[in-house]
Ligand binder design. Structure first.
Ligand code: GDP
Length: 314
């Protein structure tokens, strides 16, 4: 992948896609191609084929997906399964048909079994039952990985897959009904501070443990893998450390500067008890995450405040 390579970032409006575009432009990429939802519906295989036929990208990052937090997954299982499968079939298939040099598919750490040994290694894939709260999404992502591996096996396509842990950063979804925990907590503590609420409610028991990777680190890892990795085996991308949701809540409370109390709502689901990736493979390949969690939350909170001001002024 060179400066003038034609690089298609599918899903460039999302958290991951926008970070990838920022990362590529920062290193001087001159030919980054993007299409928004109105210009190209990525679930429409015919439209995607026509796009690949006319544009002929050389490198493809598949950052497009229907994503959401624990509640959104449980509420819209059919949408999560159907849309993700449709995007994968359309994009990965077209990439093969139109001779893409290399493609990187983004999965998720929820592809691993609910009770996989921790930290989770790449070989734990398909060794046990999935976490029910995100099973449709996980099944779709596993299908995407298998599709990439199958094209490699049958046709020699250079398609690789990266499995990021829980992500956060600028451009995240802060809608409390559909977001993941980290942006939700930023928003909850921020608004509670503004309103001078006596307490903030965190879902579940606070005991589940999760690992959080800043999306700019993920984008850096994806570009690194695009340049330095060519195997069908998936690669975990994480920081190799996790925190309890209660610790995360405390950290976000401090960063936001909220003085009130934290309470827990046991009626909301905890989801999988622990999700920590083994990042040994990635470290051996020569890449490590750089952003410490507190610094990442500070940066994301700054972005959130900026974005709220823009919204209020609009
Ligand atoms: P998961 O990693 O797929 O389970 O997705 P989430 O990021 O949505 O949730 C992670 C954990 O954070 C779960 O145990 C949630 O119950 C917990 N959590 C605590 N407060 C919140 C909240 O306000 N929003 C979300 N989405 N999760 C929360």
């Amino acid at each position: 992948m060179n400066r003038d390579s034609k690089i298609f970032v599918a899903g460039h409006r999302g958290l991951v896609g926008s970070a990838l575009v920022r990362r590529l432009l920062a290193e001087g990429a001159e030919n980054v191609v993007t299409r928004d939802r109105v210009e190209l519906d990525l679930t429409d295989a015919k439209a995607v084929d026509e796009f690949f036929e006319s544009v002929r990208p050389e490198y493809v990052f598949v950052a497009a997906a229907k994503v959401g937090g624990i509640l959104a997954n449980a509420t819209y299982p059919a949408d999560f399964l159907r849309e993700n499968l449709a995007i994968e079939l359309a994009v990965v298939g077209a990439a093969h048909r139109y001779g893409v040099e290399k493609l990187l598919f983004l999965g998720s750490s929820c592809i691993y079994p609910k009770f996989a040994p921790q930290p989770m290694k790449e070989e734990h894939l398909l060794t046990g039952e999935l976490e029910p709260t995100n099973e449709p999404y996980a099944v779709a992502k596993i299908a995407g990985i298998k599709l990439c591996q199958a094209y490699r096996e049958q046709y020699g396509a250079n398609f690789i897959s990266a499995m990021p842990t829980n992500l956060y950063g600028p451009g995240d979804n802060f809608d409390l009904a559909t977001s993941h925990v980290l942006p939700a907590l930023i928003r909850k503590f921020h608004e509670a501070k503004e309103r001078e609420d006596p307490s903030v409610t965190v879902w579940g028991s606070g005991k589940p443990r999760r690992e959080f990777l800043h999306v700019d680190d993920l984008a850096d890892a994806c570009v690194y893998l695009m340049r330095n990795y060519s195997s069908g085996e998936v690669v975990n991308v994480g920081v190799g450390r996790d925190v309890a949701i209660s610790e995360l809540a405390e950290l976000v409370r401090e960063v936001v500067g909220y003085q009130g109390l934290i309470s827990y709502d046991p009626a909301k689901p905890d989801g999988t008890p622990r999700k920590l990736l083994d990042v040994g493979r990635l470290h051996k390949l020569g890449w490590k995450a750089r952003t410490p969690l507190r610094e990442g939350i500070e940066k994301t909170y700054a972005w959130f405040r900026e974005a709220s001001l823009t919204r209020a002024g609009a």
